[in-house]
Design a protein around this ligand. Structure first.
Ligand SMILES: [Fe+2]
Length: 375
């Protein structure tokens, strides 16, 4: 019986470990870790937080919860000077159990548990490549102690996450080399049109947040990130007199302007790692109702990445100052996006973008401010 139990245990573990090993970016990895720890320990919530060395703070990155338990979806930051027990865990690496009924627990830690509406927590440290990455926090609504086995299982899962972390970091370093090339292209474009400086960066942040909210897979999110940065790269091939024209364009000028998606596609032909982003660049001016360009695609025939970039591009254009008009307020721009839902924009994407903007406040670093839910 014991052997059968051990085998079952092993196959359960293998199932929990697979998403950790399969993660292709750090946010996915943290989410997979939060979920597997929560399921393996059968706790109400698990939070993965990363240590910000400079500020000596913990920043929540991913969460997995057992309904009806709920956590805030906005990234929280906690200064570690306020939490001595958690600091100890980060410094020494020894896992720590905290309970609201423990008379020796630090008042700040107990107050924190009360705010989280839980009675017991297990804090563990995550390391990779000899460096402290952050913590894995497991929460129980009931004040029920953790078993020795729980400690061991978290350690094991964190160990798997650590090797995935090293692999992802290496891939990111390689990616950094080609990102330099992409940035050079984007800078060349923005230099032509000073009104659009940092425009592409903002659209990328919005588009990636939307892709995360729709729970698109990591490869597609990556294609959207690059596609959002490069969506207008074909404008490099549009003449200055059109690009910089302060007033309305003539019909003939519009014909030229409307070539920029296809010019972009031609520019990026043959660059293999950008191929998943090419459909986004080609179709970012298509309309949901089929009235857009260059191909007049409609509805879900338009690639999802292009639908996302289209609505983010429109929002960002409306909320930016241009030579010929002032920026619209956030609320007016959201109303405008709402009006275009179902005609210009994918209604699902439009609604989600408005919701995201209204719940998140400012648009800067949206992705960083968003705790990823694993379930
Ligand atoms: Fe465009």
């Amino acid at each position: 019986v014991q052997q059968v139990n051990q085998l079952r245990h092993l196959s359960d573990l293998a199932r929990e470990v697979a998403p950790i090993q399969g993660a292709t970016d750090l946010r996915d990895l943290y989410a997979a870790l939060a979920r597997s720890v929560r399921q393996t320990l059968n706790v109400d919530g698990c939070l993965v937080s990363v240590w910000d060395r400079e500020r000596n703070a913990l920043v929540d990155m991913a969460a997995s919860v057992m309904p009806p338990y709920r956590l805030n979806t906005l990234t929280q930051q906690f200064s570690l000077t306020d939490f001595p027990a958690m600091s100890e865990v980060l410094k020494k690496g020894k896992s720590l159990e905290v309970s609201v009924s423990d008379p020796e627990a630090h008042p700040a830690e107990i107050e924190f548990l009360r705010q989280m509406k839980v009675r017991r927590a297990l804090y563990c440290r995550m390391m990779a490549d000899g460096e402290v990455i952050g913590t894995v926090e497991s929460y129980r609504i009931e004040d029920r102690p953790f078993r020795k086995d729980d400690f061991r299982q978290v350690d094991l899962l964190v160990g798997f996450a650590a090797s995935a972390y090293s692999r992802i970091k290496l891939a990111e370093r390689l990616e950094g080399h080609y990102m330099t090339t992409i940035e050079a292209m984007v800078n060349a474009l923005e230099a032509r049109d000073p009104g659009t400086v940092s425009h592409t960066g903002r659209i990328r942040d919005l588009a990636v947040s939307l892709a995360v909210a729709i729970k698109l897979p990591a490869e597609l999110r990556h294609a959207i990130k690059l596609g959002a940065l490069l969506h207008d790269v074909g404008k490099i091939g549009i003449s200055d007199s059109i690009l910089g024209k302060p007033g309305a364009l003539t019909d003939a000028e519009w014909v030229q302007m409307r070539c920029h998606p296809e010019i972009g596609v031609r520019m990026l032909q043959g660059i293999e790692f950008l191929q998943p982003s090419v459909p986004i660049i080609r179709h970012h001016h298509e309309f949901w109702n089929g009235a857009g360009y260059p191909d007049g695609l409609a509805g879900e025939d338009i690639p999802i990445g292009a639908r996302i970039v289209s609505v983010c591009d429109a929002y960002d254009a409306m909320t930016s100052d241009r030579a010929y008009r002032k920026a619209m307020s956030r609320d007016d721009a959201c109303a405008e996006i709402d009006r275009g839902a179902g005609t210009q924009f994918d209604p699902g994407c439009a609604r989600l973008l408005v919701k995201l903007i209204q719940s998140m406040g400012e648009v800067d670093n949206l992705e960083e401010r968003f705790v990823r839910y694993a379930n």
